[in-house]
Design a protein around this ligand. Structure first.
Ligand code: ZN
Length: 150
C-alpha cells in the first residue's frame, strides 16, 4: 500500500485530512485525524496457553468417623463430656456424632483428629487430577504411525 499523500510505501492508517478520508502513512496521518489504526501484526506462532490445573482440595469425613471417635474415646477412658471439652464442643454434639445422628463438619473432624490422634478426613485429590486431563493431549503409538504414513 502506498500513502495517498506522499506515496511512501508503509503501513497505512485511515485518516481524515481536510475533510477527505485517506489511506496515509504514519507521517502524513499527523496532518489529520486518525480514524483507525492498522491491526497489529499477528504472531506467526502463538504460544499455546498452558492452563495449570490445580488439584481440587476435595476432602471428606470418613463414614465411620463417629465410630472411630467413640472407640478411641473409650480406649482413652474419656467420657463424652470430657471429650466435648477437649474439642470445645457441646456434649450433645459428641453424642450425636458418635451415634451417627449428625454429620461431622471437616473443621470439627480436624479437632477430633488432633485430640484423639485419629485419621478421620480423607482426601480425594489424585483422582480429580487424572480426571481433569485434556482428552487428546496424549499421543498414542497409533497416532505417530498415522502421521508418518499420512
Ligand atoms: Zn505519507
Amino acid at each position: 500500500m502506498e500513502c495517498n499523500i506522499c506515496g511512501k510505501k508503509d503501513v497505512l492508517v485511515r485518516a481524515e485530512i481536510e475533510g477527505a478520508i485517506l489511506e496515509v502513512c504514519q507521517g502524513c496521518a499527523r496532518y489529520g485525524k486518525i480514524l483507525s489504526r492498522p491491526p497489529e501484526l499477528k504472531r506467526s506462532s502463538p504460544v499455546p496457553q498452558r492452563r495449570v490445573i490445580e488439584p481440587e482440595d476435595v476432602e471428606a469425613v470418613s463414614a465411620d468417623a463417629g465410630e472411630k471417635i467413640r472407640k478411641k474415646r473409650e480406649k482413652l477412658g474419656l467420657t463424652q463430656e470430657q471429650l466435648a471439652r477437649k474439642v470445645a464442643e457441646k456434649e450433645s454434639i459428641v453424642q450425636k456424632i458418635e451415634t451417627g445422628a449428625m454429620a461431622i463438619p471437616i473443621v470439627m473432624a480436624r479437632k477430633f483428629e488432633k485430640q484423639l490422634s485419629l485419621h478421620l478426613v480423607e482426601e480425594a485429590g489424585p483422582a480429580m487430577v487424572s480426571m481433569s486431563k485434556t482428552p487428546g493431549s496424549i499421543m498414542t503409538i497409533g497416532d505417530l504411525i498415522k502421521k508418518k504414513e499420512g
